[in-house]
Design a protein around this ligand. Structure first.
Ligand code: PEP
Length: 246
């Protein structure tokens, strides 16, 4: 269960979140919990999560280890800050910052090289869905992005299916729509890496996940977890999502 805070919260707000959140998820042994705050909050988040099973991730990385790349942050830097995960290829990065499937692949490899677990995002735009092109778009994104990984690398990633029309809009994909897309992605992964490896990979659903819809999404066989934006900013609401079985 992963939370993407996007560009929200200061270090002080991060500390306050963890103080409220920690006790609420202390008994959650059924899943991994990852919180991805903005870069300036990573150190505080790592410090606040110490002694718990909560893990911390970044929201992006650059593929070089270091160098003259003003404004960028590398995988080794994120790892050294104590984070374990990093989101790669979020649709907001694709939409506003020129991310492509090719750069998603470079960042994914860089994350793995740094010892981070990449959460690699794919998903279609509304116009793709309306034109009946969802499956084709997902396959393209897999083909040009994730499929560039070798078998060993593939086994270490997490995939997030996030239909762009459902992100931050309050429009959740129905559990059936999400499950269909997850099945397409798993099938594509099976074609490239074999059905065993594809069955083992975790695919998260993201797009307006809330406390009141998480159960029905998680009831789908192919949905292994969720990537939550807005509802992960509030300790109570994200804890309710994490604790969905109870
Ligand atoms: C996200 O940012 O990855 C996301 C799914 O956002 P939201 O839950 O707000 O739709």
């Amino acid at each position: 269960m992963a939370g993407n805070w996007k560009m929200y919260k200061t270090p002080a707000e991060t500390r306050a979140f963890f103080e409220a959140f920690r006790p609420l998820v202390a008994a959650a042994g059924h899943c991994e919990i990852v919180i991805c705050p903005p870069f300036p909050d990573l150190a505080v988040a790592v410090d606040s999560a110490r002694g718990t099973s909560i893990q911390v991730g970044a929201q992006n990385l650059y593929w070089a280890k270091e160098g003259a790349f003003t404004g960028e942050v590398s995988g080794p830097m994120i790892r050294a800050a104590g984070a374990t995960h990093v989101i790669v290829g979020h649709s907001e990065r694709r939409q506003y910052f020129g991310e492509t499937d090719e750069t998603v692949l470079k960042r994914t490899v860089a994350a793995l090289d740094a010892g981070l677990t990449p959460i690699v995002c794919v998903g279609e735009l509304l116009e793709h869905r309306e034109a009946g092109r969802t499956e084709a778009v997902l396959c393209q994104q897999c083909l040009h992005g994730i499929h560039g990984l070798d078998e060993r690398q593939f086994a270490q990633i997490v995939i997030a299916y996030e239909p762009v029309w459902a992100i931050g809009t309050g429009k959740t994909a129905t559990p059936e729509i999400a499950a269909d897309a997850h099945a397409v992605i798993r099938r594509e992964m099976g074609n490239r890496y074999g059905t065993g490896a594809a069955a083992d990979i975790r695919i998260l659903y993201g797009g307006s996940v809330k406390p009141d819809n998480v159960k029905s999404l998680m009831a789908q066989d192919d949905i292994d977890g969720v990537l939550v934006g807005g509802a992960s900013l509030d300790a109570k609401s994200f804890a309710t999502i994490v604790n969905f079985p109870s």
